[in-house]
Ligand binder design. Sequence first.
Ligand SMILES: NC(=O)c1ccc[n+]([C@@H]2O[C@H](COP(=O)([O-])OP(=O)(O)OC[C@H]3O[C@@H](n4cnc5c(N)ncnc54)[C@H](OP(=O)(O)O)[C@@H]3O)[C@@H](O)[C@H]2O)c1
Length: 326
Amino acid sequence: MKAMQFEVDGPLTWADAPEPAAGAGEVLVEIAATAVNRADLMQRAGKYPPPAGESEVMGLECSGTIVALGADVEGWAVGDAVCALLAGGGYAERVAVPVTQLLPVPEGVSLEESAALPEAVCTVWSAVRDLPEPGPDALALVHGGSGGIGTMAIQLLRTRGYRVAVTASSRHHELCRALGAEIAIDYRSEDFVDAVLTATDGGGAEFILDVVGADYLRRNVDALALDGTLTVIATQGGTRAEVSLGRLMQRRVTLRAMTLRARPRTGGRGAKSEVVAQVREHVWPLLASGAVRPVIGATLPLADAERAHELMGSPQAPGGKILLVR
Ligand SMILES: NC(=O)c1ccc[n+]([C@@H]2O[C@H](COP(=O)([O-])OP(=O)(O)OC[C@H]3O[C@@H](n4cnc5c(N)ncnc54)[C@H](OP(=O)(O)O)[C@@H]3O)[C@@H](O)[C@H]2O)c1
């Protein structure tokens, strides 16, 4: 088969690759579409290798049709339209997927569009699933509300009963508001701590989902409500920061940090199999009812993955996910 290949910091080329085979508990999927994640850009730069034993090909999610079943597969059939959470292998013609990472294409979503769902939904679900019930008028702050993660987070937090504030470039504020954000803060020109405290009469945000990391740590603590939760899922603004433990104690802060790709396929709480099963139970009905939808800012052919990567890293990034269709 063909897959998108690369040398570190070199161009992408659509070239021959080993044909994947469905092992026990896996199916082979003929890929219809995949979606771009920042992890792909990092992998290409040699900074984010796949977990041991997983495909070396980029691509953390895909949609397509099952074309073969491995041993011990029940509940799925050749011809089923699916989308899947992957540890790698989405930028290709075919990929072998553990059945525990398969999801049916949700009602009301096209086969291609569904490729934009697994990574964002599973990441955001992992970050919000254990949150306490929000208080009346509780505010959640989503940093990077315009991104693939942020556009999903706004929607899921709204369904959980939060008012939502986002940080994003001002050109993306309309998109965030259309998805349910009440407050949009331009991170280049506004102070998000002031904006959050003003919107909550000084109380702060009960939950903050952060994709910036070190640069925002102290200010995130200042913007949190008493007993609030800060969950860090990315470090676009650095990995090391100093924060006063005394301040965390006074504010009774819950600080969490998480990543999805490195999780084991199976093995109980927090494994990919558990996250995907919960997503199917709790989020798939929200997609079917239209309460949540995939947000796709641009669609390009998989052959143009190079252009898609340039777009994601550029000031012209469209907001939402960038879909790559075959
Ligand atoms: N932990 C995990 O398992 C996991 C899973 C998936 C993704 N991630 C990470 O999460 C991050 C977001 O992913 P994504 O798919 O949403 O990427 P994306 O679509 O490229 O979005 C990046 C977002 O960051 C915003 N941003 C950039 N600088 C910012 C700043 N200083 N303050 C606030 N927002 C800022 C951008 O806003 P504008 O474009 O509006 O300027 C954009 O919304 C990435 O770093 C990704 O690697 C982690």
